[in-house]
Design a protein around this ligand. Structure first.
Ligand code: DOR
Ligand code: ZN
Ligand code: ZN
Length: 423
């Protein structure tokens, strides 16, 4: 063990499943030592605060390139950082969509040096796409079995099988938007009730059943219904849930702002999702941050796009539940840090020697009500206004302070995780 580390942070830290006083020694952006006493060239003390691993959001839509009036990688990643998220995985329904090696590299180029936090990029699956050529650069693949924002959609059995097989060969995760296109109603919806009717839980169930028994690392995004949950049984698939499907339902939702795919469901559905999430039956929290502008959402219902922002609010709302004793702490860390790192094989997600020194540092006394005016997404709205939340006071990315006492401290040093972990 060294005698003096580049940096030592000190405080109550979540290490090996419990919170205790620790010193964490950091060298070259990685955790180099964890002990009761350590010396550093620089020493940072977080008195009365709790040091958690940085959170990982496996599902965001930052709209860069091509749709940057809605969001760009700088604003989206800043919003993530303020939530304690130190790594995001961005979806391929950008413009152009990332569906070929060329368009994928174009996206990488467009967003390089823009991100406040580390990131991975999903490559999109379309019939005939050359997954193998994109695999070395991609954190995973995204397959839409039902149409949503953008034009990525695969419906033919032969194409689905080809994609699943190719993704399995690459050993990367295949994240799936699981709504079966054949069961989605095509009459234009005039209101939320019609939107929900057009996209029933049966569409989710059918899409999950379609994948049952297939090879590879299949991950079901945004599980939205009790029926969808039941369909996941004995599939071996990993899964995500969003904060909007956990905390909002068709009774509480209003208008185009709550139009999202898959739709919000009933109270019973969301309670079933919360129970499954608490029990670890749903692995991860994925925000599905889909920032549409107010102008887009103010259109007539059938034209208004689906999706809502969530990257800055999801983790802090769940953390507030932990603080109030309504959600188990170990499961919180497991869902937002450990499981995403395990599933996507990142050297992140826990406070352990050798892992990236990414932390969210939380003062448990600072519960607050969410105010849209304090959020950092370009879109400028949220359905979570007024919800209780616990935002981290400080955030560290690979040993550098990104947020210090609630203000931006660092610079945009986010890196592509696939790039820097390449063997
Ligand atoms: O509501 C949604 N919005 N669902 C999706 O699958 C895509 C997302 C978006 O990109 O806007
Ligand atoms: Zn989706
Ligand atoms: Zn999505």
């Amino acid at each position: 063990m060294k005698t003096v580390y580049e940096l030592v942070i000190e405080g109550r830290a979540y290490v090996k499943g419990s919170i205790a006083n620790w010193c964490i020694g950091i060298e070259d952006g990685k955790i180099a030592a964890i002990a009761k006493n350590l010396r550093g060239d620089e020493q940072l003390k977080f008195k009365d605060q709790i040091i958690f691993p940085g959170a990982i959001d496996p599902h965001v839509h930052f709209r860069d390139p091509g749709l940057t009036d809605k969001e760009d990688f700088a604003t989206g990643s800043l919003a993530a950082a303020f939530a304690g998220i130190t790594c995001v995985f961005d979806m391929p329904n950008t413009l152009p969509p990332s569906i070929s090696k060329a368009s994928f590299l174009e996206k990488k180029e467009a967003i390089a040096h823009k991100s406040w936090v580390d990131y991975g990029l999903f490559a999109g699956c379309v019939p005939g796409a050359d997954l193998r050529s994109m695999a070395p650069e991609a954190v995973g693949f995204k397959l839409f079995l039902g149409s949503s924002t953008g034009k990525l959609l695969v419906t033919e059995e032969k194409d689905i099988q080809q994609i699943v097989t190719a993704a399995a060969e690459t050993k990367k995760v295949l994240s799936v938007h699981a709504e079966d296109e054949q069961l989605i109603g095509k009459e234009p919806a005039r209101n939320l009730a019609e939107h929900m009717k057009n996209r029933p839980p049966e569409a989710e169930v059918a899409a999950i059943n379609k994948l049952r028994g297939r090879e590879g690392k299949i991950n079901i995004c945004h599980v939205s219904s009790a029926a969808g949950l039941a369909a996941l049984d004995n599939t071996g698939f990993t899964s995500e849930v969003t904060a909007h499907h956990l905390f909002l339902d068709k009774e509480s939702a209003k208008g185009t702002y709550a139009k999202v795919n898959p739709p919000l469901r009933t109270r019973e559905d969301r309670f079933a999702l919360m129970k499954a999430f608490m029990d670890g039956k749903i692995d991860m929290l994925g925000s599905d941050h889909a920032p549409h502008t107010i102008e887009d959402k103010e259109q007539e219902f059938s034209y208004a796009p689906s999706g809502m922002p969530g990257v800055e609010t999801s983790v802090p709302i769940l953390l507030a539940m932990v603080k109030r004793g309504q959600f188990p702490l170990p499961r919180f860390v497991n869902a937002v840090c450990e499981r995403p790192a395990e599933i996507f094989q990142l050297n992140k997600g826990s406070i352990e020697i050798g892992k990236d020194a990414d932390f969210m540092i939380v003062d448990p006394g600072r519960l607050e009500a969410i105010k849209v005016k304090n959020l950092h997404s370009k879109c400028g709205w949220s359905l979570f206004e007024g919800f209780d939340a616990l935002f981290p006071q400080s955030v560290m990315l690979r040993g550098q302070l990104l947020i210090d006492e609630g203000s931006i401290a660092g610079e945009r040093a986010g890196k592509d995780v696939v790039e820097y972990t390449k063997p």
